[in-house]
Design a protein around this ligand. Structure first.
Ligand SMILES: [Zn+2]
Length: 259
């Protein structure tokens, strides 16, 4: 039985062909990556590279779509869980599984064939490396993530969706990654402790990332997005353009960081 995509016809006459022929990668297949894989599969994407070296554990069940108690008992690799969800929806999907760090699979995987890489990474340094790789191969990176600050009784939750598109401003030029933030990250390295994350923040940001990807591929909105950096306030439950977007210089907009 063929799937019925008529409810998303507004995306364009050839949109389904575009989704079916586009190679997408998800780097980091935990809470955020599981949301991306699930949504992409519902939309009809068929060609994936999924990257994550980890297996699922008990703390992942609060936020990883598709993960079950049995997966925790069997220590199922996270990439296998996302693959299972994707293939449950599209049995014909081509899913390449990479059970190591993305840096260790550059020459042996289809990562460089991606049109879009969804970055669900924890560290800024990792993101910078991924962006450099993506620029070399003319790949769009859509990054999203959340952070929780503060202490008991006074927590602040925030997050971002930020795009690095070849020819447009990079993560440094939009002010997402700064020397100061990298320095702070290096100081805290090894003492990060638990990283708080919740399924709804992941879901909000992952689905915004998906909406951006679909728009980039189909242009259905007639609202071209060359630069994209959205701030999420998890306490107010608001999404807004990151304040940096108002003051991007010509130099930033015509980023030459990657030659
Ligand atoms: Zn730049």
């Amino acid at each position: 039985m063929d799937r019925d995509f008529s409810r998303q016809n507004f995306l364009g006459d050839d949109s389904q062909e575009v989704f079916e022929s586009t190679h997408v990668s998800v780097v980091g297949c935990g809470g955020g990556g599981s949301q991306i894989g699930t949504a992409l599969s519902h939309i009809g994407f068929l060609n994936y590279t999924l990257v994550d070296p980890d297996t699922v554990d008990n703390s992942n069940l609060v936020r990883m779509l598709g993960a079950t108690k049995q997966d925790v008992e069997e220590e199922t690799p996270k990439i296998k869980i996302v693959e299972r969800v994707i293939k449950g929806i599209n049995p014909n999907a081509n899913v390449e599984l990479v059970d190591k760090r993305w840096q260790d699979a550059i020459g042996t995987s289809k990562l460089s064939k991606s049109k879009i890489i969804f970055s669900c990474l924890d560290s800024l340094r990792d993101r910078l490396e991924l962006e450099a790789f993506a620029r070399r191969h003319n790949i769009i990176v859509i990054d999203f993530g959340t952070t929780i600050y503060g202490e008991k009784g006074n927590y602040a939750s925030c997050g971002q969706v930020v795009m690095s598109k070849p020819g447009g401003p990079c993560f440094r030029c939009v002010g997402f990654i700064t020397d100061k933030a990298l320095e702070l990250e290096d100081q805290k390295y090894g003492a990060a402790g638990m990283r708080p994350q919740v399924v709804w923040s992941n879901g909000i940001l992952a689905n915004l990332a998906i909406g951006l990807a679909v728009d980039l591929l189909t242009s259905w909105s007639n609202d071209p997005k060359e630069v994209f950096y959205v701030h999420y306030d998890g306490n107010k439950l608001e999404l807004k353009p990151n304040p940096n977007m108002k003051k991007l210089s010509e130099k930033a907009l015509s980023c030459k960081c990657y030659g």
